[in-house]
Design a protein around this ligand. Structure first.
Ligand code: SAM
Ligand code: DTB
Ligand code: SF4
Length: 331
């Protein structure tokens, strides 16, 4: 197969062995002069992917609010009063209609998110139906439902779920400042189940939560040192929602967000690095820098889970302006 053909594949090829990244090495990348960092990231990006093709995931919240976890960033936690209305789980037909619409708009993956610590077996049975039906439309499927046990993981795999999203969110050293109702190991255990079952892992985190540079580097090192590192890595910029404990956190410098994307690209060369939450608050120029830094995936559609995302027209205009195109419509 030619290098050109390889670059157009959905997943880039990985070498047989993977290097280990020390937190200090990752931190040193963050400290590079901006132009040097972006140059390295672009080199790595172009070795592994077509730099102008972008993977588009559309999100739907299949169960909103009332979550029993206390994640400080999250508008759906029952510990915070944010004005998010609790809703019971959506029916399969409603989800399939949204997936059909996402596909018509050019999305290639559909991600179903639920505000659960973990699904009940009855909940999971309905998710399984959703996965089968969405897959039948010819979309890749992703779900993010909280912690899973072995049996639930196997049921999702058998239904044909392509990706499971479960974020590490931040460095182990900062985790206890952000969430107290579960620990880091709970996250790692679910990810290991998903890996063993043979589904693709989607795992990333949030920056701009008040973490220091070493902790930001610590998150990237944790992800990059997973064996293998995730196929899909969402990098979220904290969306500050009134009523959450992090609502007053100081804004992250947008260039530090771009640096995070570049460092994720360099340390996880074959992963789809997703420029995730926080895009609505970003200028086109900052988003363009993120693509230059190696982002090759976005959440696409007017809503994330409970907060806004750039509308489809704005995203289409941005991609056109940059000469980029959706993976599903690759030239
Ligand atoms: N309840 C499941 C869980 O926590 O894994 C799935 C849904 S949860 C909303 C999925 C992810 O959304 C979180 O892990 C976090 O990374 C991201 N997220 C939630 N609130 C956010 C916010 N305000 N800003 C940025 N990302 C956020
Ligand atoms: C991810 O990393 N980000 C998405 C998705 N995975 C599930 C969620 C972002 C949520 C932002 C806040 C909200 O809309 O509620
Ligand atoms: Fe619940 Fe997930 Fe929000 Fe945490 S991030 S409160 S687990 S919905």
């Amino acid at each position: 197969m030619s290098t050109q053909t390889l670059k157009f594949m959905r997943h880039a090829r990985r070498p047989a062995t993977q290097r280990h990244w020390g937190v200090d090495e990752v931190e040193a990348l963050f400290k590079l002069p901006f132009a040097d960092l972006l140059y390295r990231a672009q080199q790595v990006h172009r070795e592994h992917f077509d730099p102008n093709a972008v993977q588009l995931s559309t999100l739907i919240s299949i169960k909103t609010g009332g979550c029993s976890e206390d994640c400080s960033y999250c508008p759906q936690s029952s510990f915070h009063s944010t004005g998010v209305e609790d809703q019971k789980m959506l029916g399969v037909d409603r989800v399939v209609a949204a997936a059909r619409y996402a596909k018509q708009n050019g999305a290639d993956r559909f991600c179903m998110g639920a505000a659960w610590r973990e699904p009940s077996d009855a909940d999971l049975a309905r998710v399984v139906e959703m996965v089968r039906a969405v897959r039948a439309l010819g979309l890749e499927t992703c779900a993010t439902l909280g912690m899973l046990n072995d049996e639930q993981t196997e049921q999702l795999r058998a239904a044909g779920l392509d990706y499971y999203n479960h974020n590490l969110d931040t460095a182990p050293e900062f985790y206890g400042d952000i969430i107290s109702t579960r620990d880091y190991q709970d996250r790692l255990d679910t990810l290991e189940r998903v890996r063993k079952a043979g589904m693709h892992i989607c795992s990333g985190g949030i920056v701009g939560m008040g973490e220091n540079l070493t902790q930001r580097a610590g998150l990237v090192a944790q992800l990059a040192n997973m064996e293998p590192y995730p196929d899909s890595v969402p990098i979220n910029n904290l969306v500050k929602v009134e009523g959450t404990p992090l609502a007053q956190t100081e804004d992250l410098d947008p260039l530090d967000f771009v640096r995070t994307i570049a460092v994720a690209r360099i340390t996880m060369p074959a992963a789809r690095v997703r420029l995730s939450a926080g895009r609505q608050q970003m200028s086109d120029a900052v988003q363009a820098l993120c693509f230059l830094a190696g982002a090759n995936s976005i959440f696409y559609g007017d809503q994330l889970l409970t907060t806004g995302n750039p509308d489809v027209q704005r995203d289409r205009a941005l991609l056109d302006k940059l000469g980029m195109y959706p993976l599903a419509e690759k030239h």
